[in-house]
Design a protein around this ligand. Sequence first.
Ligand code: ATP
Ligand code: MG
Length: 257
Amino acid sequence: MYIPENHPRRESLLIREKIVEGFKRGIVVPEGLIAHGRGECFDYLIGEKTQYFAEEATRAAAAALLLAKHPVISVNGNTAALVPEHVVRLAEEIGGYIEVNLFYRTREREEAIASWLKKHGAKEVLGVGDDASATIPELFSERRRVSPRGILIADVVLVPLEDGDRTEALRKIGKTVIAIDLNPLSRTARAANITIVDNIVRAMPNLVEKVRELKRKTKEELKEIVEGYDNNKILAEALRFIKNRLDELARSKLTLF
Ligand code: ATP
Ligand code: MG
């Protein structure tokens, strides 16, 4: 699809095209298209830029991932469609596993996502077919199926674009959960230990960068970062930022593009 260089919503439309392409490849489900629309709305509210609350959460997330003994990146359709190369890079940087985890699980889609990630450099992708043989309690959807080599034994799980129920279930079985979610009000955002309120297309590259940067720090320094982090404070900052931004916009004279 051709989008003019000077189109005011060009970036957003290009991201949308990636989701649509993922849909055509059998990676994204129709429900994923709706979830993306909800995300777009919140991106509008934060000004479609990475804000300071996301930067602080990203720093804590990078430190937690570097301290983890068994970190796992949980991947769904939208994540695979939008940032496959960054999922692979992050897994390499932290020495972690990539695991496919789907709400609407079919063998075809698991395989489509795994091969898409492999096309982008992934050596191994867990959670496909019989590998998703373990279950986590408290969940009824297909999302409770996990890999015994991955999420089941993970200490830190990165869940970009997660559903609230599953985030809560992962917390209940003692995992440290890092979420990427544009909606600071979602149950996912509220249940996670660390929530990066930003678009995944900006958050994942930033996270890879941060991990690279923090590798130079000692364990003690990393622990200090994680212990000094307060997710409630960050979510409150996000809400306050949106409120103040809307106030400012409401005061300024509306102009036509
Ligand atoms: P929850 O289940 O956590 O209460 P929900 O039911 O509103 O949230 P889901 O459909 O389960 O939402 O998950 C989609 C979530 O992902 C939404 O909160 C949405 O804002 C967020 N989201 C969608 N696209 C993106 C994106 N590109 N980057 C970051 N977050 C996104
Ligand atoms: Mg939900």
